[in-house]
Design a protein around this ligand. Structure first.
Ligand code: ADP
Ligand code: ZN
Length: 750
């Protein structure tokens, strides 16, 4: 039964009014339709797919109470905070509350004032709760994280089993199950356990096109992490490590290099752990360095990068952990830095593990290793592992499709060279040694073993040692080589012998020919594309304001406004409340609560930095809300969407040729703010140290001194620290040079 026009407009109206969104994500409308028409449903959407809205929006539209079953107390609070921020009457009942608080919530329910009530499964199935809810007018029940009901799932919780009584206790209302991870078997199990009546099963697309996947072999961890984080200055990110100690070490290294990072692992006391988590959520720090213990129950939607230092033990784990990036739909980068020794360690642990789980665990681990070393598009690999087809030829969002890696043409010959060296060495040596032989090293050990006399000695002398090492790993991952014994000695497998006979061709890639710097720059440019037209300095200002509001109101920063909303504010720079209300993600309640704050920051910024406010694109979206106030007409005719790459390329070239800001502005016909943002990009990409041509040495010195004193690179505190005497533009330019200098200092002091 299709969604009626009437239902559709009712849902859209609520979506816009409370959340400030204009359209549905895939399958949301279908799912909401099930809720409105009391048709039982099982909804499988990937993380970030927007499951919560599937029951929240109908709950707002319907009369009566929606009961939401949720396993995690921390998550309940976040969800309820989020709803309240949007102006939706919601609350929860759980063990963190006092008796008095619970009573107050119960009274709200009785009075029919609540729209959504969050509750844990064990509390819901208690007789007195059932009794109580039967008296209240309950309209439907949504079961979040529904895979917990199935033993086949990866997160079985016995208390979920008891939910099977709901069908008998509430025979007339709709039951709706939501999950992000479910194979077909789990899906069927959910429907069976909950006794759903011919449920509508909606399964979303598991691909996450906004995630950019990259894989690197472990080489120099601090440097590798820094080069990723540098693409995401002043943005939130997670670094996952496989051991507690490593989280502490990596956090210390990052802090020593001037980043703001905190560790998080199960070995810390509750208090510090909670405090570090809180700092990440309210954005006092940008980076959390954590073990897998981190993430469950955290909904932070604006995580812009997820780095894995070390290989997770299964591809399911990797998908879930990396999936915590980019839930708001904006681009996020997921980088896996692995080494094969981790794979060997997991393999050993799995082999020692319980017999019945050994098979599946081994399969997931092997899939993880294949993902890391394989040369199939990473999106395709993930999607097909989860049983879906992937139809794009080129995803445009992984290191392989972006051609950051080169496929080796003569991989059969290279493979044969490596394997025959292993054979000639008597299969008694490890990967490092083998690479040295192929490289043609005169290492003392090699001479002693007379391996410099082997026909394979120096056979790959044109390649770098690390490339040869990488190929050995790739061959091992494709099961042409295995490692045996305590010393991981290389041995040729039966498949390897087939390769030697030329019967199978391996797939080998080499790091792209471009230099590391070039690669970093082109990656940075890709990331920058999603910032097109955004005034970065204003964004930073609004972001620190959001942080202050987050601390003041004790709600997560992303609940106040998403990154996308802040970016749009910094693109369009509305100067009136009406204008502000046009921005995606600004609903009525948020407008009333935070509108004035944002507005005065935007206006102040525009004045002090001489940037034009109300920089709307030509085709401005028509007013969503049936508000009586008519928004002020856009005062600028410049379209931010037309400020495309040609203007930018021209600007970068002109700056390189020594042109002034004014000349460039004039030549490219763009606003000052856009021109400055190009200048800053130029300074960054060309690693310029001297800001003198644009702002003078004295101004630079002042900014740099305050930045060092406050130990920040956020523009707002620096602006305040200078008593507002230096305009934002100049601070922005100075800071780019300042950071380049810091980078240089670090590099030379190591
Ligand atoms: P999930 O629970 O499936 O992981 P969420 O419900 O937390 O996803 O939604 C992820 C993010 O996407 C949230 O910030 C949410 O507000 C946003 N979102 C959900 N639906 C929409 C929509 N239709 N338009 C814009 N943003 C949306
Ligand atoms: Zn790809």
């Amino acid at each position: 039964m299709p969604l009626s026009v009437e239902h559709q407009s009712q849902l859209l109206e609520a979506l816009s009014r409370y959340w400030g969104y204009e359209s549905f994500r895939p399958l949301q409308a279908e799912s909401m339709h099930c809720v409105l028409t009391d048709k039982d449903s099982v909804v499988v959407l990937p993380t970030g797919g927007g499951k919560s809205l599937c029951y929240q929006v109908p709950a707002v539209c319907l009369d009566g109470l929606a009961v939401i079953v949720s396993p995690l107390i921390a998550l309940m609070k976040d969800q309820v905070d989020g709803l309240k921020t949007c102006g939706v009457a919601a609350d929860f009942i759980n063990s963190t509350q006092t008796g008095g608080q619970r009573l107050a919530v119960a009274n709200e329910v009785r009075a029919g004032r609540l729209k959504l009530l969050y509750i844990s499964p064990e509390r819901l199935v208690q007789e007195k709760t059932i009794e109580f809810l039967r008296e209240a007018k309950i309209r439907f029940i949504a079961i979040d994280e529904a895979h917990c009901i199935s033993e086949w799932g990866h997160d079985f919780r016995p208390e979920y089993r008891q939910l099977s009584i709901l069908r008998e206790q509430f025979p007339t209302i709709g039951l709706h199950a939501f999950t992000a991870t479910a194979t077909e078997q789990v899906r069927r199990d959910i429907a069976r356990q909950l006794k759903l009546r011919e449920p509508e099963v909606l399964v979303g697309n598991f691909d996450r096109p906004n995630l950019v996947y990259r894989v690197e072999r472990r080489d120099n961890i601090p440097e590798q992490i820094r080069s990723i984080i540098d693409r995401h200055r002043n943005e939130s990110g997670i670094v996952y490590c496989t051991s507690r100690r490593e989280t502490e070490d990596v956090a210390a290294i990052l802090n020593a290099s001037g980043y703001r990072a905190l560790p998080y692992h199960a070995g810390m006391d509750d208090y510090s752990r909670r405090e570090n988590q809180e700092s990440f959520i309210n954005e006092s720090v940008d980076i959390i360095v954590a073990t897998v213990a981190f993430g469950m129950g955290i909904d932070k939607s604006n995580v812009r990068f997820v780095i894995h230092v070390g290989m997770p033990k299964s591809l399911e784990n990797y998908q879930q952990e990396s999936g915590r990036g980019g839930r708001d739909g904006l681009q996020a980068e997921c980088c896996l830095i692995y080494s094969m020794s981790e794979f060997m360690r997991w393999k050993k642990l799995t082999e020692e593990g319980a017999a019945e789980s050994r098979g599946p665990a081994m399969k997931s681990l092997q899939a993880m290793a294949d993902y890391a070393t394989g040369i199939v598009c990473r999106h395709r690999k993930l999607v097909s592992y989860f049983g879906q087809e992937y139809d794009k030829e080129n995803c445009g969002a992984c290191d392989l499709c972006l051609q950051e890696m080169d496929v080796v043409d003569d991989s059969l010959i290279v493979g044969q060279k490596i394997l025959s060296s292993v054979v000639r060495q008597g299969q008694k040596f490890g990967a490092e040694y083998t690479a040295l032989v192929l490289k043609g090293s005169k290492d003392e050990r090699i001479r002693r073993n007379q391996h410099d006399l082997l026909s394979t000695w120096g056979l790959l002398k044109d390649q770098s040692q690390s490339t040869i090492r990488e190929w050995i790993e790739q061959l091992a991952a494709q099961d042409f080589l295995s490692r045996v014994g305590e010393y991981n000695l290389l041995e040729v497998t039966p498949r390897g012998w087939q390769l030697l006979k030329g019967e199978i061709t391996p797939k080998l890639v080499r790091p792209s020919e471009t230099t590391k710097d070039e690669r970093n720059q082109s990656r940075a440019a890709k990331v920058a594309a999603s910032w097109e037209g955004v005034d970065r300095a204003l964004f930073d200002t609004l972001r620190s304001l959001r942080h202050e509001l987050s601390v003041e109101h004790d709600v997560p920063a992303y609940v106040i406004f998403t990154d996308e909303t802040l970016r749009d504010m910094s693109r369009f720079r509305p100067s009136t409340l009406e204008g502000l209300s046009q921005i995606k993600g600004v609903g009525e309640k948020r407008l009333a609560d935070y509108g004035e704050h944002m507005l005065s920051a935007i206006v102040e910024y525009c004045e002090t930095s001489q940037v034009t406010p109300d920089n709307w694109p030509n085709e401005r979206p028509t007013s969503r809300r049936s508000s009586t106030a008519t928004p002020k007409e856009p005062s600028s005719s410049r379209s931010s969407s037309s400020s495309g790459p040609p203007a930018k390329a021209r600007a970068l070239q002109m700056f390189a040729d020594g042109s002034s800001i004014e000349d460039v502005m004039e030549a490219i016909g763009r606003a000052r703010s856009t021109t400055i943002s190009y200048l800053c990009e130029y300074i960054r990409s060309a690693a310029i140290l001297d800001a003198a041509p644009w702002i003078g040495t004295e101004t630079y010195e002042r900014v740099s001194a305050v930045a060092s004193k406050l130990n920040t690179d956020l523009l707002k505190p620096i602006f305040d620290g200078l008593n507002g005497e230096v305009p934002y533009d100049a601070i922005h330019i100075a800071m780019e040079c300042h950071r380049n200098r810091q980078g240089l200092d670090e590099a030379t002091s190591e």
